[in-house]
Design a protein around this ligand. Structure first.
Ligand SMILES: Cc1cc2nc3c(=O)[nH]c(=O)nc-3n(C[C@H](O)[C@H](O)[C@H](O)COP(=O)(O)O)c2cc1C
Length: 288
């Protein structure tokens, strides 16, 4: 979720310590600042000091292709540095083109991005994640064909980066971007729908985007996800302290166990086969 500014060290340390003690995976935020500009590497590197069971390095898809003349691009060397910095197991490449469209001066070139991701997926274990707009099956198939090994859907229903950037654009007096942010506020695929679209591809799918309780994690597993993730749901605790972060993670685990108990699921594998009913907006999506 974060890194690249002075206060991020504390947040990442709180997350890494709590995640290692509770036995939960963790991904840092975009390492662009550290890798390309040498900014605050320690705010990421602190994660490497904790035995987090699974760690995700992070770079943005717009950074793997040239955006502006003369600007550095993330290639094999930079990815290696990003992974080494936190002793990562997996490289997460995030898709955030909606955010870039709302951000004044955003990185908006996308041509060739699939092949560049593919070139990196040839060399590294790559997971592709969204940042709040969800991943469609069509996109996931193209990525799977390029050796991407897992997905993190990050669909609508949680943090909206169109909204976040809308407010920033308003502050900066960027009228067009502010308007795009408002118009595309909730653009994207709902998280449960994206999970259901991607699970049949047979690769691990992480459910995220609006995950705020252990019950939602249980629902995601029942839909076929391998795991679930939260960013906005842990941010406040992580910014407050280690104790708060650990408590929140333990609440999530406990609620997941309650759902498993109530559905008679002894293991996550059994929960994966629990019957479920899809209602509301997701149901409409699946019918369409
Ligand atoms: C403060 C904050 C910073 C984030 N920074 C990144 C980032 O650098 N890289 C990334 O892949 N996702 C980033 N995300 C997106 C999250 O990983 C996640 O995909 C998205 O917030 C949806 O999940 P949520 O509803 O639980 O917040 C960030 C989210 C938040 C809240």
């Amino acid at each position: 979720m974060t890194g690249g500014f002075p206060d991020a060290s504390k947040i990442n340390e709180n997350l890494a310590r709590a995640a290692s003690e509770v036995g939960i995976a963790m991904g840092v935020g975009s390492e662009r600042a550290a890798i390309l500009k040498g900014q605050y590497p320690e705010s990421y590197a602190c994660v490497a000091r904790f035995p987090v069971p699974l760690k995700f390095a992070n770079i943005g898809a717009p950074q793997v292709i040239p955006q502006h003349p003369g600007e550095a691009v993330v290639g094999e060397r930079e990815v290696r540095a990003a992974m080494d910095l936190i002793h990562a197991d997996v490289l997460a490449i995030h898709l955030n083109f909606l955010q870039e469209m709302v951000q004044p001066g955003g990185d908006r070139k996308a041509r060739g991005v699939l092949d560049r991701i593919g070139a990196l997926a040839d060399q590294f274990p790559v997971l592709v994640k969204e940042t709040g707009a969800g991943i469609s099956r069509t996109v996931a198939e193209q990525l799977r064909d390029r050796k991407v090994r897992a997905f993190d859907v990050s669909g609508t229903g949680g943090t909206s980066f169109a909204a976040v950037e809308h407010y920033r654009a308003v502050e900066q007096g960027a009228e067009r971007e502010a308007r795009v942010g408002k118009t595309f506020w909730d653009w994207g695929i709902p998280s449960p729908v994206s999970v259901l679209e991607l699970v049949p591809l047979g690769l691990p799918v992480i459910a995220s985007g609006g995950v705020r309780s252990g019950l939602v994690i249980a629902r995601a597993i029942a839909l076929g996800a391998s795991a679930a993730g939260t960013a906005g749901g842990i941010l406040r605790a992580a910014a407050t302290g280690y104790v708060e972060t650990r408590r929140e993670l333990e609440h999530l685990v406990h609620e997941l166990k309650v759902a498993m108990f109530l559905t008679g699921s002894r293991t996550l594998a059994e929960l994966r086969h629990a019957p479920y009913v899809v209602t509301g907006e997701s149901r409409q999506w699946l019918r369409a």
